[in-house]
Write a protein that binds this ligand. Structure first.
Ligand code: AMP
Ligand code: MG
Length: 346
């Protein structure tokens, strides 16, 4: 079959047949802005449950909680206060931020520091944080000296994360950045909150990261198409991948989303914290499917940093369902699927 005309269809191997579709019911949706991006929620209307206003208030409350604790951009967020705290001080973080830090520090360890919640100084230096932005006129890549200085403030182990007590150490000048995981976590929170309100058929999205529960009123799962890099002139298009988000989340990290070009080099917004520089491993994107959106989000960033070979090996070792899109030396795009992703191929 001609690859270019193909559609790949991924469905979860464990189907939850306890949730019956509400055949013929209406689907409602709400959307808005958060975390410098957009959110959208769709749900199947159930007679007994929740007005649109109540759903809106619940979604907003969950999103606001994540922003109030974990935003790099909001002065006075728990994260911002930690980042500005004096050297050699210890801090207790609120439970939600604790959940995210627990996952972030675990993945930092597993990925040998490819994923790094302490990369804020590097993220800022390369213009992807608050402060001078890569989009500002005249913005240029930083000097080697500046990179070395930021690298010295980028050791996640110096946080001495104590999960049992939710304690965190500020060695001085260390900048937390949870942007690679917080959106996914927000999606999970919204999804769980709606389900606690009795809404079991929902599709939740924040900035392209999604989680689907239950079924649509036509009995179908919530189908979504994986994001893929734009195809340049002369490139063969990749197959379209459709996913049944039934008790499943998806996140994509990609070099085409936010990047700047300097001296003929394209610098994506994901940093290799081991090198102190934006990635240059030729990966165009990594999509990860996982029951929890927090993990889909964090893994997609980690695997992007690791690159195809190392990333495939680590994802396989952990049974992670991932799809890598690589820019090959001949200019073409190619796809590689982990065994767990192949197992979903219907
Ligand atoms: P994502 O789009 O989920 O891959 O997250 C990218 C964002 O995470 C960037 O805009 C940075 O704020 C932050 N970031 C960049 N590099 C890393 C990294 N290696 N580990 C953790 N967070 C990172
Ligand atoms: Mg991510």
């Amino acid at each position: 079959m001609d690859q270019t005309l193909m559609t790949r269809v991924l469905v979860p191997t464990l189907l939850d047949d306890s949730t019956r579709p509400l055949l013929g019911a209406q689907v409602r949706s709400l959307d808005g802005q958060t975390m410098g991006t957009t959110w959208q929620v769709r749900w199947t209307v159930q007679a007994s449950v929740a007005s649109v206003e109540r759903v809106h208030a619940a979604v907003q409350a969950e999103l606001d909680l994540v922003v109030d604790q974990m935003s790099t951009w909001l002065p006075g967020s728990d994260l911002d206060r930690f980042n500005h705290a004096p050297a050699d001080t210890d801090h207790t973080v609120p439970p939600a931020m604790g959940e995210v830090l627990q996952a972030a520090c675990w993945l930092s360890h597993e990925s040998g520091g490819a994923f790094n919640p302490a990369a804020g100084a590097l993220v800022n230096l390369w213009g992807f944080g608050p402060g001078p932005r890569y989009t500002d006129p005249g913005f240029t890549a930083p000097s080697d000296d500046a990179v070395q200085r930021a690298l010295a403030r980028n050791d996640w182990r110096a946080l001495r994360w104590d999960g049992a007590n939710r304690r965190l150490h500020q060695p001085g000048g260390l900048l937390l950045d949870l942007s690679a995981i917080a959106k996914g976590y927000a999606v999970d929170r919204v999804s769980r909150r709606l389900s606690a309100m009795g809404l079991v058929h929902t599709l939740v999205e924040v900035g392209g990261e999604l989680r689907g529960q239950g079924l649509r009123p036509d009995g179908q799962p919530w189908w979504i198409e994986l994001e893929s890099p734009p195809v340049a002139h002369g490139q063969r298009p990749l197959p379209t991948t459709r996913v049944a988000l039934h008790g499943l989340s998806v996140a994509t990290s990609g070099d085409y989303r936010r990047a700047f070009t300097h001296g003929g080099v394209r610098w994506p917004h994901t940093i290799d914290p081991r090198q102190g520089r934006p990635l240059a491993n030729g990966l165009a994107s990594v999509s990860v499917l996982h029951a929890e959106c927090l993990w889909a989000d964090a893994w997609s960033t980690a695997l992007t940093v690791l690159g195809r070979e190392e990333g495939m090996a680590l994802a396989e070792a952990h049974g992670i369902a991932a799809l890598f899109v690589q820019r090959e030396p001949d200019g073409q795009l190619s796809e590689t699927l982990t065994p767990a992703m192949q197992a979903l191929d219907a």
